[in-house]
Design a protein around this ligand. Structure first.
Ligand code: ASP
Length: 577
């Protein structure tokens, strides 16, 4: 070992020890006859002191050091007169005896400090320097702790990790595949897996009983801030289980994860049906950190000659506790927010409940105090609150009010990134109609089992069938999803048929799975968690890029290694491209 200690571990009790430290020069401060250097490694920062009275030539070499030089020093741990409470090592410094430069450094393109002057693109280009910064390094450390906690839990519950292939078969279902040309099989392509779904089901047919894999998945989608073309899933599958068994096991896993990686007690995880989630929050991944649930005013607010309400399918309000103090300007800003084309609300109606119990609404012309009192009664509004109301067709209004709720939640400071609240959403529709292709799509995926009670609807109203599927959302973000699977060949065939596959298509794409179902396929179900997103939530960041060591930018490029990039003509020829 080149060093005796790290830069994060020496304390006052080590005073007098001779130590050897290695690290990077974070900063140098020169005073008349003395210099100080902050020496940094992964574990922390230790102050080095160089003093003219001690060794003049050492002071001179110290003054030749610039930021990010890699050095090794030998010195004595000494109590500091000027202690730094912000550092774990702040009570001591090392009075340096010997100094060796292990490597010089160019001036880094941005400052390697917690608050840096570098923009995202330059930091991605020099990601290895960015990772030297605490905020990035800490996120990767939490990611590691999260990974460890999950593996430990699953290992303790008899799950075994099995690796499934990365070079598989392209299928049109789901997102767009990344494809890899096969040199040995002319004009044929592998696809990179969007998930190991069919393989993990086959492992259940194999009798492995409980499988997991921390696995890279690939989806060639257009950019969105929380997506990466390659991402990591915690992928799991179990045999002989029903929905609630799966929910229970993975609820415990996630609870343990939060406890062990960020010492947070997640508490009970409520289960909402998809229908309830939409009705109460307008979202199938509700942010449960705050209330502001939906109140339906459709019955009480119609019939007051207010055309917008009278012509609407529904009128829904949220009550903002303490919101009466919002200024006109603030309400206008919120209104502008929901009128943006991405949300598309036509306008916002509001009603303040004044401290004296009277009401002041934006539609006073149509609604007198008695009428507004009925709104307040429905919304359980108290003096000091404000009701915000949207109307229109049900689906659109729920969606828009969800956006409004989240925005106002932010505005009121109710979406604190250090608080976590999870929920399960169950009973999703099995199918969703796609106007463009004029056929049904599987809302989850084609292997998801319908809820047994709804099977009778299969020939008469397939759109009404509920799936035996479940999602977990934390703080308004979907972090995981799964289902009890179909394990019966006939039902699987019927499902493909509903999804518009011809028997030949079903056979050529998924024949291997249906064959397997003929050899004693057990009932099974599973789930996959988006590990990057979980880590982003755990570390309180909005972007999953922050928790990935070497992420792609928003064009799907790795700007550090400059990929993707052209290949040579020879390579092309070999691949018949
Ligand atoms: N394979 C699914 C997905 O990637 C998850 C699952 O059903 O287990 O979304």
């Amino acid at each position: 070992m080149l060093r005796s200690h790290t830069c994060g571990e020496l304390r006052l009790t080590d005073s007098g020890k001779t130590v050897t430290l290695c690290g990077w020069v974070q900063r140098r401060r020169d005073f008349g006859s003395m210099s100080f250097i902050d020496l940094r490694d992964r574990y922390g920062i230790t102050q080095l002191s160089f003093n003219e009275d001690y060794k003049v030539e050492l002071l001179e070499s110290a003054r030749s050091l610039a930021r990010e030089f890699v050095i090794k020093i030998v010195g004595t741990v000494t109590e500091r007169s000027n202690k730094n409470e912000n550092l774990n090592t702040g009570d001591i410094e090392i009075v340096v005896d010997q100094l060796e430069i292990l490597n010089a450094s160019l001036t880094p393109p941005f400052t390697i400090e917690d608050d840096t002057d570098g923009g995202e693109e330059i930091r991605l280009k020099y990601r290895y320097l960015d990772i030297r910064r605490n905020p990035v390094k800490e996120k990767l450390t939490i990611r590691h702790a999260a990974n460890k906690s999950i593996r430990h839990f699953l290992d303790g519950h008899d799950f075994i990790e099995v690796e499934t292939p990365y070079l598989i078969k392209s299928t049109p279902e789901g997102a767009r595949d990344f494809v890899v040309p096969s040199r040995l099989n002319e004009n044929q392509f592998y696809a990179l897996p969007q998930s190991p779904q069919t393989f993990k089901q086959l492992l259940m047919v194999s009798g492995l009983d409980r499988y997991y894999q921390v696995v890279k998945c690939f989806r060639d989608e257009d950019f969105r801030s929380d997506r990466q073309p390659e991402f990591t899933q915690i992928d799991c599958e179990m045999t002989f289980v029903e929905r609630d068994d799966v929910l229970q096991i993975f609820e415990n896993m996630i609870r343990g994860l939060f406890k062990e990686s960020v010492n947070y007690d997640l508490g009970e995880i409520p289960v909402l049906t998809y229908a309830q989630a939409l009705e109460t929050y307008g979202s199938d991944k509700p942010d449960m950190r705050f209330g502001m649930t939906f109140n339906y005013l459709t019955q009480v607010a119609k019939g007051h000659d207010f055309g917008i309400f009278d012509n609407a399918e529904c009128i829904i309000a949220i009550n903002v506790t303490g919101g009466a103090s919002m200024t006109r300007k603030e309400i206008d800003a919120i209104t502008d927010y929901i009128k943006r084309p991405q949300i598309g609300a036509k306008g916002l109606i509001y009603c303040r409940v004044n401290e004296d119990g009277s009401y002041k609404s934006s539609v006073d012309k149509f609604f007198d105090q008695t009428a507004l009192a009925r709104w307040a009664e429905h919304c359980d509004s108290q003096p000091g609150d404000i009701m915000l109301v949207l109307s229109g067709d049900l689906q659109t209004t729920q969606k828009q009010l969800n956006e409004l709720r989240l925005h106002v939640g932010d505005f009121m400071g109710l979406r604190d990134a250090s608080q976590f609240k999870a929920c399960w959403v169950v009973d999703f529709p099995l199918l969703e109609w796609d106007e463009e292709t004029n056929r049904f799509h599987a809302m989850h995926h084609p292997f998801t089992s319908p809820i047994a009670d709804d099977l009778s609807l299969i020939d008469i109203a397939p759109e009404k069938i509920r799936a035996n599927a479940y999602d977990m959302a934390i703080n308004g973000m979907e972090v995981g999803g799964g289902s009890i699977r179909i394990h019966d060949k006939k039902l699987q065939q019927r499902m493909f048929d509903l999804l518009g596959f011809t028997p030949e298509e079903a056979k050529s794409q998924f024949g291997f799975l249906m064959n397997a179902f003929e050899y004693g396929a057990p009932p099974h179900g599973g789930i996959a968690f988006g590990f990057d997103r979980l880590c982003a939530i755990l570390t309180g960041t909005d972007s999953i890029r922050d928790v990935i060591a070497f992420p792609k930018n928003n064009m799907g490029r790795d700007v550090m290694i400059d990929a993707p990039s052209p290949i040579s003509n020879d390579q092309r020829k070999e691949l018949n491209l």
